[in-house]
Write a protein that binds this ligand. Structure first.
Ligand code: TRP
Ligand code: CA
Ligand code: ZN
Length: 316
């Protein structure tokens, strides 16, 4: 965009200039061949749903769940890992033991960027034993996977280093994420600029909740939703209830999205978001009916796009 050519300074160009200044970026900071500010791609919700179909098939073929220590968990991890390996990520499987069963975290690093500034996004990949865990938490796992694949498709070369994680044994008390954080050296912990958590983002009677832990991360998600004209609320239900907690306790800035679990949608919430008041955001929370039928496509689409938006915005 040639801002210096008179007559070609359009309204769009002016907006771009303002956002450059607001972001504190300078054109020269972008990697060669890339625009100064790279825009996040739209995440195709059909791709996210295809991952959920695969996770459902994995559960069905393995006793109906993808729980810690069960065959369905390892098969889920193998599915995600194969996609990432094929897309050029450097993947690491981290093994741990909990309740006498073996668990695994999957970490995927996108080569490049400043490894002293790591932007990390994660979701728990385990379900409860009661069911397939498609909203909890196939939804976050699939959205983070598809965002990682979008990074690869775009050949995105951010200034910061991108890392993605799929946690084991969240349902046993954030065991996998705690194991990962506890295993970081002080130096490596301080290299993580931010951790973004996505646990339950396709709830069938959705709300749009943004974690309020870190102002800059919160602002990024709110900006995305403001652009859609969709109101958000602060996430208050789950302080300490998901994998961002170990990071926050270790002093890492955290944020994330959530579309609601077993709490009931109020009349005021139904008025602004639609859906059904007096009914839980996810009436199949931790039940056998948390299948591919237990997903609101609009919430899954918006939240998946918001994942990509935040990953792009916070890494350049
Ligand atoms: N972590 C919970 C689970 O997997 C779900 C949950 C409940 C949650 N409340 C939350 C996640 C608030 C994030 C924020 O069962
Ligand atoms: Ca989309
Ligand atoms: Zn759960």
């Amino acid at each position: 965009m040639k801002l210096s050519v008179p007559g070609r300074v359009t309204a769009t160009a002016v907006v771009a200039t303002v956002s450059l200044l607001a972001g504190g970026s300078i054109a020269g900071a972008a990697p060669a061949g890339q625009p100064a500010v790279a825009a996040a791609p739209d995440i195709p919700v059909a791709n996210v749903k295809a991952h959920l179909t695969q996770l459902q098939s994995i559960a069905t073929a393995n006793g109906g769940n993808r729980a810690h220590g069960r065959a369905g968990y390892k098969a889920s991890l193998d599915y995600v890992k194969a996609k990432l390996d094929a897309a050029g990520f450097t993947t690491t499987v981290q093994q741990f033991t909990s309740s006498g069963r073996t668990g695994y975290n999957l970490i995927a690093d996108w080569p490049g960027g400043d490894t002293n500034q790591v932007v990390m996004s994660g979701s728990h990949l385990d379900s409860v034993t009661a069911g397939a865990g498609i909203n909890d938490n196939g939804s976050g796992s699939a959205a983070v996977l598809e965002t990682a694949l979008a990074v690869s498709r775009a050949g995105y070369q951010p200034t910061k280093h991108l890392r993605f994680a799929w946690w084991g044994a969240e349902e046993l008390g954030m065991v996998g994420s705690r194991f990962y954080v506890n295993g970081l050296s002080t130096a490596n912990r301080s290299r993580i600029s931010g951790y973004l958590n996505f646990d339950m983002i396709g709830s069938p009677n959705p709300g749009y909740f943004v974690y309020d832990d870190d102002p800059a991360i919160e602002k990024t998600f709110k900006a995305y939703y403001a652009g859609l004209g969709v109101p958000t609320e602060i996430e208050t239900e789950g302080d300490g209830r998901s994998d961002h907690a170990p990071f926050k306790n270790a002093g890492v800035p955290v944020g994330g999205l959530f579309s609601g679990a077993d709490y009931v949608k109020t009349a005021a919430q139904a008025a602004k978001w639609g859906g059904t008041s007096g009914l839980a955001f996810d009436r199949c929370y931790h039940s056998s009916c948390d299948t591919t039928a237990n997903i609101n496509d609009t919430a899954l689409d918006r939240n998946s796009d918001a994942v990509a938006y935040a990953v792009w915005e916070l890494s350049q």
